[in-house]
Write a protein that binds this ligand. Structure first.
Ligand code: 6PG
Length: 235
């Protein structure tokens, strides 16, 4: 694990913003586009606002395609919809076309929404062997990432795909990239901060552990972790 520790969450977000700029530039030079998977949750809000302001001119956004690592199965107008958070903090501030953003269509049933989302992704890549340039991830206090929650069925899916998963403890459906699809990306970066996540991070950093209990252990061990001192100090 490549762990980069910063005094504050904001400094971690800024360092990750600079990493994103570098990866975007390299992707666009090599492949004329940057296929970028956003994370949901609250952790990335400073990051997205930095990308939309201080770093807005550092990336050729017309060459960027946006995806979501997971989505809550709620209407797109719902405050919990990750796409809405990303729209408000980042996407609406960029000069981009609607076709550059791949939202999950939660008007469909969960399984159909997952299949529809993955079909659109495969069509964009023009291959079933989807390789994202960068996947951003957060982590919950229970060590879940994307919607790979402890003791859920999606953890056993070895295929690189998108699945609908019922999360009993949330009493809700989620749509999520599988661990394999995340791990196939060229770059994977976590943004995790706050002492509340220290125990989870400790279990992820441990040499041995059960991925069914701590699903972020399913993510490739060479992923980059941008963390603050609060979460790192407590590990
Ligand atoms: C989501 C995210 C999820 C998130 C973690 C951490 O849909 O909620 O994709 O995996 O990254 O739950 O969330 P916070 O950043 O809000 O702590």
């Amino acid at each position: 694990m490549n762990i980069y520790t910063f005094a504050t969450p904001y400094e971690a977000a800024e360092a990750l913003a600079q990493k994103i700029v570098a990866v975007a530039e390299k992707s666009i030079v090599l492949r004329n586009r940057f296929n970028f998977v956003l994370t949901g949750g609250s952790s990335p809000k400073d990051l997205y606002e930095l990308l939309a302001t201080k770093y807005r001119t550092a990336i050729n956004w017309q060459k960027v395609y946006f995806f979501f690592g997971d989505e809550r199965y709620v209407p797109a107008s719902d405050a919990d919809y990750n796409g809405l958070m990303a729209q408000k903090t980042l996407l609406s501030h960029l000069d981009i076309l609607p076709g550059q953003v791949f939202f999950v269509n939660t008007h469909l049933s969960p399984e159909v929404a997952a299949a529809d989302y993955f079909e659109r992704i495969k069509t964009h890549f023009d291959t079933p062997n989807v390789v994202f340039d960068m996947v951003l991830l957060g982590m919950g206090n229970d060590a879940h990432t994307a919607s790979l929650f402890p003791q859920t069925t999606i953890l056993d899916t070895s295929a690189a795909t998108v699945e609908a998963v019922y999360v009993a403890k949330l009493e809700s459906w989620r749509i999520s990239l599988t661990a394999k699809l995340i791990n196939n990306a060229r770059e994977v970066a976590f943004l995790v901060f706050g002492s509340g996540k220290a125990e989870a991070l400790r279990h992820i950093m441990a040499e041995n552990g059960n991925a069914h209990d701590y699903p972020s252990r399913l993510i490739r061990r060479d992923a980059d972790w941008y963390v603050d001192e609060d979460v790192k100090r407590s590990t």
